[in-house]
Design a protein. Structure first.
Length: 252
């Protein structure tokens, strides 16, 4: 056959061998799965703390997953009317209601996501979430990527998730702007004379971000203000951290 002539249709040249990875020239599939254990998974985090969610977002991105945030139950319901995430992570303490109520709605609806998980820093959180019908539970603070992968692995067996070693994939560095936003939100909520319910919510909220930030003094102040006394001390602790954070993020 002349050199420049195309082969007849019934004698087309053989196709090149496919790579064992997700695209030609990629790393072997096993290595790829270990590098991106949650590749293609979509996650909705129903989370009132921007600080906690930004750390989770970076972990999800590192694992190959896509994450959206709903800051309260109303935003979550609006999101779920349009999108169908694979995984919904529901914080049990939310500004407009209890997360277990949303969990119960999700698991009894005709549009249940593949996985519904509860999350909380409260010791009672696990039993509360599971009683509402959650598929599983993640304790706060979520410290590393291995914890996230190990929590999701039993519920997404088709992905053959290979978590990094325990302690691997540590939590990303805290985002000072997100931390500042959470502190400013708490300060606004504690203006005037907040009622007992709001005071308990904000104390729990601050206890959660203190755990993520490894801020033992803020955690102690939040705990003391949970049921009444210590509110002024908590306000002072928030103001001091807002001043430090603002100075830290100021340009120049």
């Amino acid at each position: 056959m002349p050199q420049n002539q195309s082969p007849p249709p019934d004698r087309a040249p053989p196709k090149p061998a496919l790579s064992s990875g997700p695209y030609p020239g990629a790393m072997p599939l096993q290595d790829w799965a270990r590098e991106l254990p949650l590749q293609g998974v979509t996650i909705l985090a129903v989370e009132d703390s921007r600080f906690a969610c930004e750390a989770l977002r970076l972990m999800a991105r590192r694992a190959g997953a896509r994450l959206r945030r709903a800051e309260n139950m109303g935003a979550a319901r609006a999101h779920l009317r349009v999108y169908r995430p694979d995984v919904v992570l529901v914080d049990l303490g939310l500004p407009d209601g209890r997360g277990e109520v949303l969990i119960r709605e999700l698991v009894t609806s005709g549009r249940k996501p593949t996985v519904v998980m509860g999350t909380s820093g409260s010791p009672e959180g696990r039993s509360t979430a599971l009683a509402a019908g959650a598929d599983g539970f993640i304790d706060k603070p979520l410290e590393n990527l291995a914890q996230l992968c190990r929590a999701l692995r039993p519920h997404l067996p088709e992905l053959d998730i290979h978590p990094p070693p325990i302690g691997g994939g540590s939590m990303p560095s805290p985002d000072p702007l997100a931390f500042q936003d959470d502190l400013a939100f708490a300060a606004r909520q504690l203006q005037g004379e907040p009622g007992p319910e709001r005071q308990r919510y904000i104390s729990a909220f601050l206890g959660g971000i203190a755990a993520h930030a490894h801020d033992a003094d803020l955690a102690e102040a939040a705990d003391k203000a949970r049921d009444g006394p210590g509110l002024d001390a908590l306000r002072s602790a928030i103001a001091a951290r807002l001043n430090r954070t603002t100075a830290f993020v100021k340009p120049g």
